[in-house]
Design a protein around this ligand. Structure first.
Ligand SMILES: CC(C)[C@H](C(=O)O)[C@@H](O)C(=O)O
Ligand code: SF4
Length: 470
């Protein structure tokens, strides 16, 4: 029987197997950040165990970093201590760290792919659930808990039970204005936030084959939001072209050799999956969430469903929305374009393309937060910052920012925020804040109008604008 992409990468990393039990998997890259590494470093120190392969680890500061005045000492004491601790731990253990201000600093899931650290066929872990992002390269990448972070520090391996296999296929052509974020929000709205539990997901079909690497990362990023351990997309020429010539990618003959191997990784035609879903690209529209989990999403043309169960009612109550109503026309005061889901250069190009020649609505506070220093530099280099400045938008410095309320960027109590991030849980962006997940195009349009609009209708008027991005 044929093998899946996941099987091939997994099998190539098995160090040992326990009969009818878990397997020991070698980990190629271990990414760390300030939030989930300190306890693991402590554990090692207490047990007097050295870090086994420090050269396989890369660290960055992202969650606690301020997005303004990064050259000044951090005011918030807890955040400052977290970053100091990370620097100290990396220093002591000879681990490469891209600390605040470093030209490679950024959100862990943005900086590693753009530096060529993430490559097809690898196993990558990080103490962070959105590690699934790296699966866009045909990589087995998933988030781990703090005790597993310690396990990888000590052995560069993990004891794991092989997950079941799931494939989501989307065929056809996406409509204008439907972006990768809409594709994944649509999938989760259809299959729910638990459908992936116990599975590793592969995304297949024309839609993903035609998608850019940035788009593929957006999709894989949110695999965890449907409960899957991770998501993967078969590596192809788009992948190889993206990886080629990046800072830490193999060069010359070594690269060509890798490509020959990477080309053997896609799922065999006769491989089977434990569970499969199929969708039609033409059915997807720009999406919005109306509730407090990423599965509570509707197409822009749809109305909030008339479901009656306690958790549904609670979510609508928190959001102050009513059953059966549309979100079109809802006034919005906050817009956030950022997070490891949508803070890559392509996301800012889309936003800038829409914003150019328009003005931000006066009621809106709009934060544009690049995922990394490199993205920030590119935004400036490509002239996008000028477009944002002219339209009254604020370009901030890189970090997780308003994706989660772990730094200074918080949405005030009761306010709605149209956000390109991945989670809309209660209090996620600040106590009492109400998150509406959307694509960067929907977010940009909301900021310009000061309310939610039907972007599909708007784009029909703006005939010159094509937003397929993928
Ligand atoms: C802080 C970290 C552990 C957390 C995660 O694992 O995802 C964060 O990144 C998030 O997005 O909620
Ligand atoms: S940007 Fe958001 S989702 Fe991504 S790692 Fe940071 S906090 Fe987690």
């Amino acid at each position: 029987m044929g093998k899946t992409l996941f099987d091939k990468v997994w099998d190539a990393h098995v160090v040992d197997s326990i009969q009818d039990g878990p397997q020991i998997l070698y980990i190629d890259k271990h990414l760390i950040h300030e939030v989930t590494s300190p306890q693991a470093f402590n554990e090692l120190e207490e047990r007097n165990i050295p870090v086994f392969r420090p050269e396989q680890i890369v660290a960055t500061a992202d969650h606690n970093t301020p997005t303004l005045n990064q050259h000044l000492p951090i005011k918030d004491e807890l955040s400052r201590k977290q970053l100091e601790q990370l620097s100290e731990n990396c220093d002591k253990n000879n681990i490469t760290l891209y600390e605040l201000g470093h030209k490679y600093n950024g959100i862990v899931h943005v900086m590693a792919p753009e530096l060529g650290i993430t490559q097809p066929g690898m196993t990558i872990v990080c103490g962070d659930s959105h590690t699934s992002t790296h699966g866009a390269f045909g990589t087995i990448a998933f988030g781990i808990g703090t005790s597993q972070v310690a396990q990888v520090f000590a052995s560069q391996c993990l004891l794991l039970t092989k997950p079941k296999s799931l494939r989501v296929t989307v065929n056809g052509k996406l409509r204008n204005g439907v972006l990768p974020k809409d594709v994944i929000l649509y999938i989760i709205s259809k299959i729910g936030t638990n459908s992936g539990t116990g599975y590793f997901c592969e995304y297949a079909g024309d839609v993903f084959e035609n998608m850019s690497m940035e788009g593929r990362m957006t999709v894989c990023n949110m695999s965890i939001e449907m409960g899957a351990r991770g998501g993967m997309i078969a590596p192809d020429d788009t992948t190889f072209d993206y990886v080629k010539d990046r800072e830490f990618a193999p060069k010359g003959e070594a690269f060509d050799k890798k490509v020959t191997y990477w080309k053997t990784l896609p799922t065999d035609a006769d491989a089977t999956f434990d569970k499969e879903y199929h969708f039609d690209a033409a059915d997807i529209e720009p999406m919005l969430t109306y509730g407090t989990n990423p599965g509570m999403g509707i197409k822009i043309s749809e109305f909030i469903p008339e479901t009656s169960d306690a958790s549904f009612e609670k979510a609508l109550d928190y959001m102050n929305f009513k059953k059966g109503e549309t979100l079109i026309g809802k006034p919005i005061n906050f817009v956030f374009i950022g997070s490891c889901t949508n803070s890559r250069i392509e996301d800012f190009r889309i936003a800038a393309n829409y914003i150019k020649g328009k003005q931000k609505a006066t009621n809106v506070t709009a934060w544009l937060v690049p995922g990394s220093k490199q993205v920030e530099a590119q935004i400036i280099e490509e002239g996008l910052k000028t477009i944002f400045d002219d339209a009254g938008f604020e370009l901030r410095q890189p970090g997780c920012s308003a994706c989660l309320a772990m730094n200074d960027d918080k949405i005030p109590q009761g306010e709605y925020c149209v956000s390109t991030s991945n989670r809309n849980f209660e209090g996620r962006q600040g106590q009492g804040a109400r998150t509406i997940l959307a694509s960067p195009l929907m977010a940009a349009a909301t900021a310009v109008e000061g309310k939610i609009i039907d972007i599909t209708k708007q784009l029909k008027k703006e005939v010159s604008h094509e937003y397929t991005s993928v």
